[in-house]
Design a binder for this molecule. Structure first.
Ligand SMILES: Nc1ncnc2c1ncn2[C@@H]1O[C@H](COP(=O)(O)OP(=O)(O)OP(=O)(O)O)[C@@H](O)[C@H]1O
Ligand SMILES: [Mg+2]
Length: 615
C-alpha cells in the first residue's frame, strides 16, 4: 500500500498478519475438510467420471473422420454421433453433480471456519480489541474466510482433476504418436517458468490488496459509528477524501493483481498455442508424408487442447491459492491469538454461593510496559459493602474495577473473592458473579425486552417487569409505541441517555449477581430523571458488594468506604465522616458544597491536590 504524505494515512488501524507459507495455510485448512471426506471423494469422483467421458470425444471424432467419412461407412454415422452425444451428456451430468456436491462442501467448510473464527474472537482478551479496528476484524470474518476455503476445496478438486487429465492425456498423446507428443511439449518449460515466477511474486500483491480492503472497511465502520460527529463538525468532505484515499489504495492494489494476471495468463495461453502451432506444422508434414491420417492429426490436436486446458486451470488455481494464502494469514491470526485466561491451565470455580468479600493486595497494573497505571493498590470490601472510588479523570478508577472482572489481568499483586485468588478462577465462573453497569450504557440492536433479558436469558415475564420497575424504566417502556417489543436501534440510539442507563440497570438487576461494578455516568439529566436513576441505583446496590465509580456526591455519602485515587494510587480511604474529620483532600473536596458531580470539585481544588500529592 502506498503511503503518501497525507495525515489521514498516518493512523493504520489494521494489523499486518504474520507471513505464512502456502503449505502452512493448506495444512491448516485441511483440518476443516476432514469431516467431509465423503463429499471430497464425491466431488473428485464426479470430476474424474466427467473427465473420462470428455476424453472419448477426440477418439470418436477421429473415428468419424477416418472410418465413417474416409471409408464411407454411412450406416455408422448415426450411431457414432449418438455415442458422441451420449458421452457429452454423461460428461455434463457428472459435472452438474460435481458442482452441487462441491457447493455444499464449500459452504459447510465456510460455515465451520466462520463459526470458529467468531467463537475465537469472542474469547480474545479486551486488549486484543483495544489494538484493532472492528472493520478490519469484520473483513477477516466476512471476506477472508471465503477466500481461504477456496484454497483447498477448489484446490483438491481442480488440482487433482487437472493433474489427472494432464498425465492421462499425456499418456494418450505419447501412445498416439511419441515424436509428435515430444514436439507438443516444447513450450512446457516456459509454462513452468512462468508459473514459478508468478507464485513467487504474487504473495506481496495479494497481501497488499487484503490489507487495503481491511483499511477501507475499518474507516467505513468508524465513519458509520461517528456519523453524528461527522455531521456536527461538517466534515463530510474531509471524510469523502479520507475514504477516497482508502478506496484508491484498494483500487490500485486490486489493479496491480489484475495487471499482472492480464499479462501472465495470456502469455501462458500463447505459450500453449506455440505447442499447437508446432504440432500442426510437424503433424501436417507427417500427414503429407503419409505417416499419419488426417483423423489422427485432428484427434491429436483435440487431445492437445484438452492437455493445455488443465495446464491453464493450474495457473488460475495458483492465482487463487496466492489470494487464499494472504487471506489465510489473516484468518489464522485470529484463530491463533491467545484466548483470555488460557484454557491450558486447569482453572477452578468460585465456591458458590459467594459471600462477596473482596480484597486487592498490592495490585499493580500497566496497559503497556513501562507505564504503570495502578501501583500498590490494597483494599478490602466486606460482603454487602459499597466501595466508592473517587478521583480525577485518568486516575485509574475504571482500570481498577476492570481488573476485578478480569477484563485485564493484574501485572503484580493479587485480587481475591472470598479468599480465592481470581487468577485461578475460570472467567465464566468469575463473571457470572459480577454485574457490570458501564459508564456509557451499551444496548444491542434489538428490542427493549431482548436487552433486559440479556441479564438472564430465561427470566420469566414477571421477573423482567419487576426488574424494569425496580430500575424505574417500566413506565417509559410501557409508553413506547410497542412497549417492551420496541426496537432500541444500534447501540440504543433511539433511547435517551437517561433511558438507556435505566435499561442497563434493569439488565444488571435481572442478572442479580452478588458483586456489582458500577461506573456511574456523568451525563447530566434533569432533576426528575436524576432522582429516578438514583433510586434505581440504590435498589441495584442493595445487598451486593458494590464497587462504584462515583461522580454523584449523594452516592459517595452513602458508601461504606471511599477510596480517593490519584495517579494510580489510593491516597485516602475511609467513610465520608471519617474522611471529613481527617481534614485531608477529601474533606476539602466535600467542603465545596454547591456541586452535584465530584469532578467539578476536583477541578476547583486541583492546585491543592498538587500540593497534597507532591508535598
Ligand atoms: N485500554 C487502554 N489502553 C491503554 N491505556 C489505557 C486504556 N484505558 C485507559 N488507559 C490509560 O490508563 C489511565 C487510567 O485510565 P482509566 O480509564 O482507568 O481512568 P479513570 O480514572 O476511569 O478516568 P475517568 O474518570 O475519566 O473515567 C489513563 O491514563 C488512560 O489513558
Ligand atoms: Mg473511567
Amino acid at each position: 500500500m502506498s503511503h503518501r504524505n497525507n495525515p489521514s494515512k498516518q493512523f493504520d488501524p489494521t494489523f499486518r498478519a504474520k507471513s505464512r507459507s502456502t503449505w502452512e495455510v493448506i495444512r491448516r485448512v485441511a483440518v476443516y475438510l476432514q469431516p467431509y471426506k465423503l463429499m471430497a471423494a464425491g466431488t473428485i469422483g464426479c470430476a474424474i467420471l466427467s473427465l473420462l467421458f470428455a476424453v472419448t470425444y477426440p477418439k470418436l471424432t477421429q473415428f468419424v473422420i477416418d472410418e465413417v467419412i474416409g471409408n464411407r461407412k454411412t450406416d455408422l454415422l448415426a450411431p457414432a454421433i449418438l455415442a458422441l452425444l451420449g458421452a457429452f451428456l454423461l460428461r455434463d451430468l457428472f459435472n452438474s453433480l460435481r458442482i452441487m456436491i462441491n457447493n455444499s462442501f464449500e459452504q459447510n467448510v465456510i460455515y465451520d471456519m466462520r463459526k470458529d473464527v467468531f467463537a475465537r474472537l469472542q474469547r480474545l482478551p479486551v486488549q486484543y480489541f483495544d489494538q484493532r479496528a472492528s472493520g478490519d476484524l469484520m473483513t477477516r470474518v466476512v471476506e477472508d474466510v471465503n477466500a481461504v476455503e477456496r484454497v483447498l476445496i477448489d484446490g483438491t478438486e481442480q488440482g487433482t482433476v487437472a493433474l489427472l487429465s494432464i498425465f492421462g492425456i499425456l499418456g494418450i498423446l505419447l501412445y498416439m504418436n511419441p515424436s509428435l507428443a515430444v514436439v507438443a511439449l516444447i513450450p512446457l518449460p516456459l509454462l513452468f517458468g512462468g508459473a514459478a515466477w508468478y507464485t513467487f511474486t504474487a504473495h506481496r500483491r495479494y497481501r497488499a490488496q487484503r490489507h487495503a480492503a481491511s483499511a477501507m472497511n475499518a474507516l467505513l465502520m468508524d465513519n458509520l459509528q461517528g456519523v453524528r460527529q461527522i455531521k456536527a463538525f461538517g466534515r463530510q468532505k474531509h471524510e469523502d477524501s479520507r475514504f477516497a484515499d482508502r478506496a484508491e489504495d484498494l483500487r490500485q492494489s486490486t489493479l496491480g493483481i489484475m495487471r499482472v494476471w492480464a499479462m501472465y495468463s495470456p502469455a501462458m495461453s500463447f505459450a500453449a498455442s506455440l505447442g499447437m502451432g508446432l504440432v500442426l506444422w510437424y503433424g501436417g508434414s507427417l500427414v503429407l508424408d503419409g505417416a499419419m491420417t488426417v483423423g489422427e492429426l485432428v484427434g491429436f490436436i483435440i487431445y492437445l487442447g484438452l492437455f493445455y486446458e488443465p495446464v491453464g486451470r493450474l495457473h488460475s488455481l495458483n492465482q487463487m491459492m496466492q489470494g487464499a494464502r494472504a487471506a489465510g494469514e489473516r484468518v489464522f491470526d485470529i484463530l491463533d491469538a491467545t484466548e483470555e485466561r488460557s484454557q491450558a491451565s486447569k482453572l477452578g470455580r468460585l465456591n458458590s454461593p459467594i459471600r462477596g468479600e473482596i480484597t486487592y493486595e498490592n495490585v499493580g497494573f500497566q496497559y503497556a510496559p513501562g507505564k504503570a497505571v495502578l501501583s500498590d493498590i490494597s483494599l478490602r470490601a466486606d460482603p454487602g459493602e459499597i466501595v466508592a472510588l473517587v478521583g480525577p479523570t485518568g486516575a485509574g478508577k475504571s482500570t481498577l474495577v476492570n481488573l476485578l472482572a478480569a477484563f485485564y489481568e493484574v501485572s503484580s499483586g493479587s485480587i481475591t473473592i472470598d479468599g480465592q485468588d481470581i487468577a485461578g478462577i475460570s472467567l465464566e465462573s468469575l463473571r457470572e458473579q459480577i454485574s457490570v453497569v458501564s459508564q456509557e450504557a451499551f444496548l444491542f440492536n434489538g428490542t427493549v425486552r431482548e436487552n433486559i433479558l440479556y441479564g438472564r436469558l430465561d427470566a420469566a415475564d414477571e421477573e423482567l417487569i419487576a426488574a424494569a420497575q425496580a430500575a424505574n424504566c417500566h413506565e417509559f417502556i410501557a409508553r413506547l409505541p410497542e412497549g417492551y417489543d420496541s426496537r432500541v436501534g444500534e447501540r440504543g440510539v433511539k433511547l435517551s441517555v437517561g433511558e438507556k442507563q435505566r435499561v442497563s440497570i434493569a439488565r444488571a438487576l435481572l442478572k442479580n449477581a452478588p458483586i456489582l461494578i458500577l461506573d456511574e455516568a456523568t451525563a447530566s439529566v434533569d432533576t426528575a430523571t436524576e432522582k429516578l436513576i438514583q433510586e434505581a441505583l440504590e435498589r441495584l446496590m442493595a445487598n451486593r458488594t458494590s464497587f462504584v465509580i462515583a461522580h454523584r456526591l449523594s452516592t459517595i455519602r452513602k458508601a461504606d468506604q471511599i477510596l480517593v485515587l490519584r495517579h494510580g494510587r489510593i491516597i485516602e480511604t475511609g467513610t465520608h465522616e471519617a474522611l471529613v474529620a481527617r481534614d485531608g483532600l477529601y474533606a476539602r473536596l466535600a467542603r465545596i458544597q454547591n456541586t452535584t458531580f465530584i469532578e467539578e470539585g476536583f477541578e476547583k481544588i486541583e492546585n491543592e491536590l498538587e500540593i497534597v500529592a507532591n508535598p
